[in-house]
Design a protein around this ligand. Structure first.
Ligand code: URA
Length: 438
């Protein structure tokens, strides 16, 4: 049995831990034989000394095995999962999951909830009347078998060691370590049981990681860990220098996802869906040629087949499928108030995190796990970076419960837009693709 003291000292002095040592640590985290103080010291040593890909993979696998591991082998085909590191207005999963299923690749997607300035897929889905995201494993698998796609709660027992370590990291300023973030994300992904992963690593002002080199390091590490675990993964670095699409807030985002599934929707959302979806379709072995995969997905969006698949998923999860034809069935806030441009100009930049926080302040997000959420409220960001606006035209719309609530947030939303005389190029949406060996 390894002594915690020796392990901490070994990492503190810059040595690599063996796979066995890492497994014993995670076992100790799970059974309590490693104290919180010892784990916190080891986390700090890892933050300063780093981890090799082999160590990170060993940590990821040990955490993935610390709880339930979902077995998707009863589902046909190669199962591909998609993960986003979290953003503002990121409703991609709501579109890409039914779309990829309509293309013939099964999607068994376990998702999370909103926290801080970023939204969560489960909360968004819950704005559909009746829809249940808390499915048992057998219900979840039945929906995937029947419809080709289900999106449900990851439950409490996936990678419980990660849950414990995350709480310690949060309390000891050791969250922002690339190997620790990669192990945290990928342990839950591996426990979710998919064969391959498409990772959307957000980068920019509204993302969890603001610097491109950090996001790239995270993408590379996640891809390497998946490879070490015998699974395939491709990561994309995508822009969070402005919200994705127009809608920010739960029911508003579902409405926009439906428009996109019906062949409309904002151009940036459609583009991201096509890029990530084509990669999923390729990894699932449905269509190897990227151009053909993209054309297939475009056809499924424009023909309404993707929207019909979403409708079937909603019905199978107990929701009202009518929302796809009639989005007015979604919750709506009583007040819609414009945020007007104080002068004419081009939008130079958008403080994206600030808009996420403003939406959270309206009630669309939560600052602690389990806090209640208002599904109807949020923002529409109708002017994006590079667009021209005349004085008095709306930059955004606030959806709120009362005039007072909307007025209370108006100056904050206005201040998130920087206007200037000079035309500017919008930031590129897709920054880089990272695959094994790149
Ligand atoms: N998301 C996770 O799941 N874990 C982290 O450590 C950071 C982001």
């Amino acid at each position: 049995m390894v002594r915690p003291y020796e392990l901490i000292l070994k990492k503190r002095t810059g040595h690599e831990l063996t796979t066995d040592e890492i497994e014993q640590w995670i076992q100790g985290v799970t059974d309590g034989s490693f104290t919180d103080a010892q784990s916190a010291a080891l986390l700090m040593a890892i933050l300063f000394r780093g981890m090799s890909d082999r160590e990170t993979a060993a940590l990821t696998l040990a955490m993935a095995r610390s709880g339930r591991q979902v077995d998707l082998s009863s589902l046909p085909g190669i199962k591909v999962d998609k993960h986003s590191s979290g953003g503002v207005g990121d409703k991609t999963t709501l579109v890409v999951a039914p779309l990829v299923a309509a293309a013939g690749a099964p999607v068994a997607k376990l998702s999370g909830r909103a926290l801080g300035h970023t939204g969560g897929t489960l909360d968004k889905l819950e704005s559909i009347p009746g829809l249940r995201v808390e499915l048992s494993l057998s219900e979840f698998l039945d929906v995937v078998r029947e419809v080709g796609v289900a999106v449900a709660s990851a439950g409490v027992d996936l990678a419980p060691a990660d849950k414990k370590l995350y709480a310690l990291r949060d309390a000891t300023a050791t969250v922002d370590s690339v190997p620790l973030i990669a192990a945290s994300i990928m342990s839950k992904k591996l426990a979710g049981g998919a064969d391959a992963f498409v990772l959307d690593v957000k980068v920019g002002e509204g993302a969890f990681l603001t610097r491109e080199e950090d996001a790239l390091a995270l993408a590379r590490t996640c891809v390497a860990v998946a490879h070490e675990a015998g699974r395939q993964a491709v990561a994309y670095l995508t822009s969070m220098d402005q919200p994705l699409g127009v809608a920010v807030g739960n029911a508003l985002e579902v409405r926009e996802a439906i428009e996109t599934l019906q062949g409309g929707g904002p151009a940036d959302l459609r583009e991201l869906v096509l890029v990530l979806g084509a990669e999923m379709v390729r990894l699932a072995g449905v269509e190897a040629d990227e151009g053909k995969a993209r054309s297939l997905l475009e056809r499924l969006l424009d023909s309404g087949e993707a929207a019909a698949r979403f409708q079937r998923m909603i019905a199978a999860q107990g929701g009202d499928p009518e929302v796809v034809e009639n989005p007015d069935l979604l919750p709506r806030a009583e007040v819609r108030l414009p945020v007007e441009a104080p002068r004419a100009g081009y939008v130079q930049a958008i403080a994206t995190r600030e808009l996420g926080l403003a939406s959270m302040a309206l009630g669309a997000g939560r600052d602690r796990p389990g806090a209640p959420i208002d599904l109807a409220v949020g923002l529409e960001v109708v002017r994006k970076v590079g667009e021209r606006v005349e004085a008095g035209e709306p930059l955004a719309w606030i959806h709120a419960r009362s005039e007072a609530q909307a007025e209370g947030i108006r100056a904050r939303v206005a201040a998130a837009f920087r206007l200037g005389e000079a035309p500017v190029e919008p930031p590129p949406l897709i920054r880089q693709r990272v695959a094994s060996g790149t």
